[in-house]
Design a protein around this ligand. Structure first.
Ligand SMILES: Cc1cc2nc3c(=O)[nH]c(=O)nc-3n(C[C@H](O)[C@H](O)[C@H](O)COP(=O)(O)OP(=O)(O)OC[C@H]3O[C@@H](n4cnc5c(N)ncnc54)[C@H](O)[C@@H]3O)c2cc1C
Length: 508
């Protein structure tokens, strides 16, 4: 059996790779996934469909989005997001450890890839509900991330798989890749398990897009450390890291931050693996509007350190490290109405309400709060710091769409530790509300070394002929943290490049 190109993984990166291979000249393309058809799309299916891209502002994006009327367009504030902005966000959040050539490759390919996806009927929209606040009658976008897909990840994967069907890409489910075929140091195909037996399939090129190891608790413990077995998996249970060992078996070099991952504030009551209906709705990203306290009633992060898009990917870990690995998010009535409905709707999450902070503490003690006195004290001390800051800065105004500098820093009171640097409002107007959150792991950062132009997998001595990689499997791009919406963009950019490169492979 022979294919021009075999792609491993039916998520966003694999779908883009297969489409790109086909349209760049590969006649026969096969996409294999070890999941059953009802788990199609890997983690891509579970996403909010948020894509981070370089753009020149509203006029640049209006032609590709489907949800903005001319009247609405007049009431939108959306700043351009430059090449320098995007690169700086990756480098800054990665502690300057990200490979600059990988980052540049993603950033430089991002805008064109959005057009390419739109050309494949991916229904892009402006992300009003997730990435903008209404301020003074205008929709103000914040945090460098403005695009998403109608229907989120479900809409993205549906569109990509319609395009794959149209392009006549063959797709085999229930078909794990178990090894790579090699001849004369060149990858010449894959071995899959199908219907209970192993089958060798020859090809000129193989593109690995099989996700990270986030769904493998043994590898989580081995690389991320003890305690990570408790994290809930936000997406597919099939990303167990098998293809890293398979690639290493043919000499692939690993690189990047194997000791870290993307993990978020996640509903404590969510299932242990992703839920195909509620998908991303278990995310609980309303903390910049309030505060988070652990079981001992203590705050442990600066909830207003930066826009949510720049902190959420490491706050899951911060929660995992707390006693018993959970926390409470707390707001008062001033903020409750601003929380995203899809994450905090009545049918989504268990909410605890009370008319006083003391009453709230008492109710939370029934679901894990150990120290009620400390909890009450923490809220009081926080409120005092907020009030003092306001007294010292009477002309500053709360604005969730900019870094408003409303904080707990004051010259008169001793500094809170941790402080809250932006959006610090007192929590004093009943009713009060809390939800219980834990750590949800999204994907892992360590991966394979690739060439940033061709997406070829690298060995210690250079590219491995016939082998390419895209998506979560790529290492060296993200370290410790991540700018929201970069995963889909990186997967699409490198998937596209891998497809182009695969089409140039001559085989043996
Ligand atoms: C809840 C959630 C929300 C997210 N929201 C966003 C967002 O809005 N924007 C964003 O940019 N990123 C988001 N992400 C991250 C994003 O999902 C990933 O960066 C991206 O989808 C990874 O794509 P991928 O194609 O590399 O992997 P995946 O989409 O996970 O696909 C990997 C596929 O490989 C298959 N596979 C694994 N091993 C094998 C094997 N041995 N043989 C065959 N197949 C195999 C798996 O079954 C899986 O289907 C989110 C993630 C989650 C979980």
């Amino acid at each position: 059996m022979f294919y021009d190109c075999i792609v491993v993984g039916s998520g966003n990166a694999g779908s883009c790779a297969a489409l790109s291979a086909k349209e760049n000249g590969c006649q026969k393309v096969l996409l294999v996934d070890k999941c059953s058809p009802d788990w199609v799309g890997g983690n891509g299916y579970f996403t909010a469909g948020a894509f981070r891209t370089v753009h020149d502002g509203l006029d640049d994006l209006l032609p590709i989005v489907q949800n903005v009327t001319p009247e609405q367009a007049n009431r939108i504030d959306l700043d351009p997001y430059s090449r320098e902005d995007f690169i700086e966000d990756i480098m800054r959040l990665g502690g300057r450890r990200s490979d600059p050539s990988l980052a540049a490759s993603v950033v430089d390919g991002s805008r064109d890839t959005i057009d390419w996806l739109a050309g494949h009927q991916v229904p892009f929209i402006l992300s009003f509900h997730r990435q903008a606040f209404e301020v003074g009658g205008r929709q103000k976008f914040w945090g460098g991330l403005v695009l998403s897909v109608e229907g989120g990840g479900k809409g993205l994967i549906t569109a990509e798989h319609l395009a794959l069907a149209k392009a006549e890409v063959d797709i085999w489910f229930d078909c794990p890749v178990v090894s790579l075929l090699m001849r004369n140091s060149t990858v010449t195909g894959v071995v899959v398990r199908r219907d209970g037996s192993e089958l060798s399939i020859q090809s000129r090129a193989v593109i690995l897009a099989a996700g990270g190891f986030e769904a493998n608790s043994e590898l989580r413990i081995a690389h991320l450390g003890m305690g990570w077995e408790k994290a809930k998996v936000r997406g597919t249970p099939f990303n167990t890291g098998d293809c890293f060992a398979i690639a290493q078996g043919v000499g692939a070099k690993t690189i990047g931050d194997w000791a870290s991952c993307h993990s978020t504030t996640w509903d404590f009551n969510a299932p242990d693996i992703g839920d195909r209906d509620l998908t991303n709705q278990f995310t609980k990203s309303g903390y910049p509007l309030g505060i988070m306290l652990n079981a001992n009633g203590e705050r442990f992060v600066d909830e207003g350190e930066d826009y949510r898009n720049y902190t959420y990917a490491r706050f899951g870990k911060a929660i995992l490290l707390q006693p018993e690995g959970f926390a409470f998010q707390v707001w008062d009535s001033k903020m409750i109405g601003l929380l995203r409905k899809e994450e905090y709707g009545d049918e989504i999450v268990e909410k605890v309400f009370a008319g006083t902070i003391e009453g709230l503490a008492q109710k939370l003690s029934k679901i894990g709060l150990v120290d009620q006195v400390r909890f009450i004290e923490t809220v009081q001390v926080y409120n005092a710091a907020v009030t003092q800051h306001k007294l010292e800065n009477p002309n500053w105004h709360w604005d969730p769409a900019v870094k408003d500098c409303l904080s707990t820093h004051s010259t008169h009171l001793s500094e809170l530790s941790p402080s809250k640097s932006h959006w610090a409002e007192s929590i004093d107007k009943p009713p009060f509300m809390a939800v219980k959150v834990c750590c949800g792991i999204t994907f892992t950062f360590g991966g394979l070394a690739i060439d940033p132009v061709s997406a070829a997998v690298l060995s210690e001595s250079g590219p491995i002929p016939g082998l390419f990689c895209a998506g979560e499997m790529v290492g060296g791009l993200f370290y410790n943290n991540y700018p929201g919406g970069s995963g889909l963009s990186a997967g699409a950019v490198f998937g596209r490049k891998a497809g182009v490169s695969a089409s140039k492979c001559q085989g043996l």
